[in-house]
Design a binder for this molecule. Structure first.
Ligand code: COS
Length: 496
């Protein structure tokens, strides 16, 4: 995978900026509940063109590609995951649908200020009763002769407290099939509207990522003109899904949190001695560093491939899901081990580690929880949109069809249903968790071994990753017996 000089310059520029003293001070100032909104950070990133990185130059943006977008977020997340999320949502969930589906007037109205970091937008899809089940949202936009009257409540809306406009999804046709009756709107927000027909709730007190403030947004007889419609009536669900495909790359880019942990742990291990020996010489500590490096590099392979497919205008959504699922689940699994490298210091805020611990809990949950990603991946695999090599080395019975046989088993178990709706989820989800490894193995052999983007990776020699993947295949090949579903089923019966 080749990167251009522009990509490398961007990475170095963002890395250098994020290391400056004023950013450290901003983290102290804004990374706690009830802090003022981090506009100072938005403006600092705007100076580098990062508030409009994908916005076309004609609207004042940097007009850079999707790989640039994820590189910037990786670099921000390495240092400040909460700040990175403000920019991530601003670009991917608010900027992208306007660039992609907005009318000339809508683009003219919002994109220049968005690119300049003067305003932010927010993405209003989730409702108190509908998160994963997005097709069933209840917010209703009644079509009147001169516009729409909107009623309903959205929740978990990142950047809403600071937003100047909302990308809003509402039902416009109650008779149509759930996903066909949804439309998208771009609804302006200003002080005149606030507290009257659009009511913002209190800022939610989250576990972490405090800078990325989030609240409820209630629409109460809110009138908006026909000109607020984004795309055509009934196209809203497709717009939401395509925006989320794009956004999932940006969330996968929060793999920068793994990089941040790796660097902090490595530095600490080099400086700290126990029992007369530097921690970095201790095998158990070195293994944690290797696990973090593996998690980061494999996540990057999946993510860079996904962003490259998107740059080439090819279907990429299933790779975005693979990248998001793998990076976020690995992060959630491994962050405790990283914290343990720090010992008692890792429990103190002055080490910065707790911010990374709490930030690391969010990626498996937001922008499509891990089970949604598992379902998307399985669906794409079964429908042959996700083509993976049939040959898996070192499988107990290595036949060329082993992956095909696994697919047939999953298909039989799902019996025509999606994994989210099925009663045979445990086995199917275990297979979905395994597929990012298979995809990474394919990518390594077909692309990354030839051109290892060493500037972005921890491993100097990718053949080590190949060996780890092969050993994981041997150990983790999804097998019904290993999962022991009946044991867990009867245990569940016992507790329910
Ligand atoms: N791009 C374009 N269209 C898509 C699509 C995508 N990625 N995914 C689905 N669609 C289309 C399908 O093609 C289908 O259209 P047709 O009937 O015209 O063929 C339609 O949407 C319905 O698809 P599907 O039946 O797969 O939808 P489901 O209701 O089963 O929902 C999931 C699928 C669960 C994947 C979807 O609801 C989802 O992503 N939920 C999570 C939402 C989310 O991420 N929320 C976080 C909000 S941001 S913090």
């Amino acid at each position: 995978m080749k990167f251009s000089d522009e990509h490398l310059i961007l990475r170095d520029t963002v890395r250098k900026r994020m290391a400056e003293q004023d950013i450290k001070e901003m983290i102290k100032k804004y990374e706690h509940h009830n802090a003022p909104f981090a506009w100072e950070f938005v403006r600092a990133m705007a100076e580098l063109g990062l508030t409009g990185i994908n916005i076309p130059e004609e609207y004042g943006g940097a007009g850079m590609d999707n790989r640039s977008g994820v590189i910037a977020i990786i670099e921000m997340s390495r240092v400040w995951p909460g700040g990175a999320l403000v920019l991530g949502v601003g670009n991917s969930l608010a900027g992208y649908p306007l660039i992609r589906f907005g009318s000339a007037a809508q683009k003219e109205k919002y994109l220049p200020d968005l690119a300049a970091g003067k305003i932010l937008g927010a993405f209003c899809l989730t409702e108190p009763g509908f998160g994963s089940d997005a097709a069933n949202i209840a917010t209703f936009a009644e079509s009147l002769y001169d516009g729409y009257l909107i009623n309903g409540t959205k929740d978990f809306i990142t950047n809403a407290p600071a937003a100047s406009f909302f990308i809003l999804f509402a039902r416009t046709d109650k008779k149509a099939a759930p996903h066909k009756g949804i439309s998208a709107f771009v609804v302006p927000m200003n002080e005149r509207i606030a507290d009257k027909s659009i009511v913002l709730g209190k800022i939610h007190h989250k576990e972490g990522l405090h800078a990325a403030q989030m609240c409820e947004v209630a629409f109460k007889d809110h009138f908006t003109c026909h000109c607020a419609l984004l795309g055509k009536e009934g196209q809203g669900f497709g717009i939401a899904m395509q925006t989320l495909d794009h956004g999932r790359n940006w969330i996968a880019a929060q793999l920068g949190i793994i990089d941040g942990l790796f660097e902090k742990c490595k530095r600490h291990a080099e400086n700290r001695k126990t029992f007369g020996l530097s921690l970095i010489k201790r095998p158990a500590i070195r293994h944690v560093l290797a696990k973090l490096a593996f998690a980061s590099d494999v996540s990057k392979m999946l993510l860079f491939h996904s962003a490259k497919l998107e740059d080439e205008d090819k279907p990429f959504g299933h790779y975005a899901s693979l990248a998001k699922l793998f990076s976020s689940e690995e992060l959630a699994k491994i962050k405790g081990e990283a914290q343990s490298v720090y010992g008692g210091m890792g429990y103190l805020y002055e080490s910065d580690i707790p911010h990374f611990m709490t930030a690391g809990d969010a990626p498996p949950i937001y922008e499509g929880a891990s089970n949604v990603q598992r379902s998307v991946i399985l669906d794409a695999w079964i429908k042959r949109k996700l083509l993976l090599s049939a040959f898996i080395p070192f499988h107990d019975t290595p036949t060329e069809n082993s992956l095909e046989l696994l697919k047939q088993k999953v298909e039989r178990k799902l019996n025509g249903k999606k994994a989210l709706e099925s009663e045979s989820q445990v086995f199917a989800f275990a297979v979905a968790d395994f597929l990012p490894l298979v995809a990474a193995y394919d990518l390594l052999q077909n692309d990354f071994l030839k051109e290892w983007p060493g500037e972005f990776m921890h491993f100097k020699n990718p053949s080590h990753i190949l060996r780890i993947l092969e050993s994981k295949f041997r150990k983790e090949w999804p097998d019904q017996n290993k999962l022991d579903v009946p044991v867990w089923d009867s245990a569940a019966e016992d507790v329910l």
